[in-house]
Design a protein around this ligand. Structure first.
Ligand SMILES: Cc1cc2nc3c(=O)[nH]c(=O)nc-3n(C[C@H](O)[C@H](O)[C@H](O)COP(=O)(O)OP(=O)(O)OC[C@H]3O[C@@H](n4cnc5c(N)ncnc54)[C@H](O)[C@@H]3O)c2cc1C
Length: 308
């Protein structure tokens, strides 16, 4: 069985930052990533709040993180992790092809994924008008009407982004106030292409081969409204990518619980970034977590080597 000192699962900002710190600490470091390295920032156009990067794009920052990890000779392997378990005191990572890797320490940096709305039509029209990524798909809706579902920062910001393409953006939120930051909301509401539809939930997405309309229901009056449009962008939150862990670790609503050294409830397994319980899910916090988790893993491995 392949044996590695440090195995990092996930190559988003947290995993790649952990790889940089792991390699610089001299650890034999393997990063396992099921998609393109970079994580969620690959699906955003601009990243304006990562310190020192004044004109950042999501893909540019992702590529820079990856290049930095590779500069220090971290191995990034393209593969999905199916399971993590502790067997006979060893941490065993099982890959999609069934192969196993024994790790001295593991950093979980698998991030989070978009929450689905779960209404009729959502699944059928995903990729046919339903999207979870404005940056990826906005250009398909040039001069067409679209809806954005959600009321947080991502929903409101992506609604603004969509106005660069769509002729009209309905911003549908189930409450009477947006949760997004005041500045973001003010900016959106000042945009004549955005029509807020408050107190409303998405009931169904309908059409032929492609999306043609949605039905929304006002939660206060129960009145239904049909809106003719071509696209539906859903931004209603995130879910942790922890399904492959089973009940190995202590979690809270699926998010991994860590201490302040980012150790999980299982010795030698650490968690970093969006996947753990944390008050702020951002690139800067994920990258900071990656560094801390790598140094904690180093301390753990060093103590184990020295019989500590
Ligand atoms: C649309 C959008 C816009 C955003 N804009 C900003 C912004 O402007 N500024 C900002 O600071 N933050 C922004 N964020 C948030 C930021 O992207 C995240 O906080 C950050 O990417 C979290 O990093 P992470 O490494 O913890 O997780 P992620 O970025 O989610 O990376 C996790 C990685 O793990 C991989 N993975 C998951 N499961 C497995 C598995 N079983 N096996 C192998 N690999 C696996 C995934 O493929 C992914 O590459 C935005 C997010 C989105 C969705």
């Amino acid at each position: 069985m392949e044996k590695r000192e440090l195995v990092i699962i996930g190559a988003g900002p947290a995993g790649l930052s952990a790889a940089i710190y792991g390699r610089r600490a001299g650890l034999d470091t393997l990063v396992l990533e099921k998609g393109r390295p970079g994580g969620q920032i690959l699906s955003t156009n601009r990243v304006e709040n990562y310190p020192g990067i004044l004109d950042g794009t999501g893909t540019g920052l992702a590529d820079a993180f990856r290049a930095h990890a590779e500069l220090f000779k971290a191995e990034i392997r393209s593969v999905s992790v199916q399971r993590l378990e502790v067997r006979g005191g060893e941490k065993i990572v099982t890959l999609k092809d069934g192969r196993e890797i024994a790790a001295g320490a593991v950093i979980l940096a698998t991030g989070a994924a978009f929450r689905k709305q779960g209404c009729p039509g959502e699944k059928k029209y995903t990729g046919m008008g339903v999207s979870y990524c404005a940056v990826c798909d906005a250009a398909f809706f040039e001069d067409l009407d679209v809806a954005v579902i959600g009321g947080g920062n991502t929903a409101v910001e992506e609604a603004c982004y969509l106005t660069g393409f769509a002729s009209k953006v309905y911003l549908i939120h189930r409450r009477d106030e947006f949760r997004a930051d005041r500045l973001v909301v003010d900016c959106a509401l000042a945009n004549p292409k955005i029509e807020p539809v408050m107190d409303s939930v998405l009931e169904s997405i309908e059409g032929g081969d492609m999306v043609e309309r949605i039905v929304v229901r006002n939660v206060k009056t129960n009145e239904r409204r049909t809106i003719e449009l071509s696209g539906v962008f859903i931004f209603i939150g995130l879910l942790p990518n922890t399904g492959f862990l089973g009940d190995l670790l202590r979690t809270d609503g699926g998010w991994i619980v860590t201490d302040d050294r980012l150790a999980t409830s299982v010795p030698g397994i650490f968690a970093a970034g969006d996947v753990r319980t944390t008050p702020l899910r951002q690139v800067v916090t994920a990258a900071g977590d990656g560094a801390r988790a790598a140094m904690s893993a180093y301390g753990y491995l060093h103590a184990a080597r020295c019989g500590g």
